[in-house]
Design a protein around this ligand. Sequence first.
Ligand SMILES: Cc1cc2nc3c(=O)[nH]c(=O)nc-3n(C[C@H](O)[C@H](O)[C@H](O)COP(=O)(O)OP(=O)(O)OC[C@H]3O[C@@H](n4cnc5c(N)ncnc54)[C@H](O)[C@@H]3O)c2cc1C
Length: 397
Amino acid sequence: MTNSFKFDAVIIGGGIAGLFILDRLIAEGYSVILLEKNSIGNGQTLASQGMVHSGIKYGLDGSNPEISKLLVDVSRRWTEFFSGSARPDLSSSAIHSAKQYLWTKNVLLDKMALKAVPMLMNKGARKLPENDQPAAFKICGYNSDVYEINETVMDVKSVCNYFFQKYFSSIYRGTADHFQLGDDGSIRSIRCGNLTIEAGAFLISSGAGNESFGDVFKLQNIAQRRPLRQFMLRGKLPLLYGHCVSSQPKPLFSITSHPYSDETIWYLGGNVAEPVDGKDSYQTPSEIFKLLLKVFPGVKAMIGGWSTYTIDRAEAKTAEGRLPNEPTLMPHGNLALCWPTKLVYAPVLADKASEFMKKLEMPSSQKMPQQLPLPKPDLGKYPWEVTDWQPFEKEIF
Ligand SMILES: Cc1cc2nc3c(=O)[nH]c(=O)nc-3n(C[C@H](O)[C@H](O)[C@H](O)COP(=O)(O)OP(=O)(O)OC[C@H]3O[C@@H](n4cnc5c(N)ncnc54)[C@H](O)[C@@H]3O)c2cc1C
């Protein structure tokens, strides 16, 4: 049996970036495989909140109109994917909510910030009359203003699963153990276990793993990581999606809700997930509970347990160490290091991958890829499916 295989392109890393790139290149007739060393979506993708931002959140500090312009455009594309009117047709994937909400801690400054954000952004946010506020707010004991914004929250696992099922025959568990160069200095093949896999292009979308691939090619200082510690609650909680806005640039907390056995998970990001003063320590669970109960006093009786989940965001390096403005594709000969920067930018990254292939002037072979004697990865799990839950003790207050 042959141990040598040939494709137009090999993608390394099966998070949202690799999956979107795979979809695009296959659509363009390339013979492509994707190697994932762990499980599909494992990494940042399934740890994300799945919020399709259209930029309102970034209007809080008014500092980056460019980010919001790109986000508006990309948010429109996702709407088309979910409605099935553009490729990839994600109409079979689940959406948790077609709307997100903005609310406050109900102190004067924060209320002013809440009012200012939608006006500043002119994004069609609308203030809800009290009677039109989702029941969740009343159930949680919240009694102030609520704005509704047309921003979707997706079920990320169902999106990953769409690609995984569709391209199952092109996805394998494996990695590039070695890169072999051709006479012209370009990468000719990789070793994956005892297999030699030749390709015209190698696209690396390994999230935090991109750094070590950069090291192989002496590309240093190309990546940055920003640590986050998401906070999770479980219990008979109502479904809620959106941001607790304050006069600070970042939301005090952002909530997404996820049905899990017969309970609901509240997955909290935003400021409560950021290290305090940029250091490696976070607000304590008791501080986070206090903040939460100040806004939503009614949830105390509903909480059954809590946990945290620590994960790094992995992106291309920026001078200030902040979030890059867009997705990055860093070409190095026929290798490309890819970071979407945000889940929602994965389609824009796929555009860049398509341009990269065209620049290499590699005709698509229009061939069905050969099958490799490699195992298949599993679909990954959400943080709340793998975490150790702590009992909720009332005395934590
Ligand atoms: C807590 C959190 C919340 C977020 N919320 C949002 C949000 O609401 N909206 C939004 O737009 N963005 C959000 N993001 C950002 C978004 O999740 C990331 O930008 C995006 O998921 C990155 O995708 P990726 O495919 O590049 O990386 P990853 O998802 O990290 O995937 C990389 C994959 O590569 C694999 N891999 C690693 N090394 C190797 C190797 N050597 N060989 C083979 N495979 C390898 C890993 O196992 C993994 O499966 C959030 C991020 C975090 C951390």
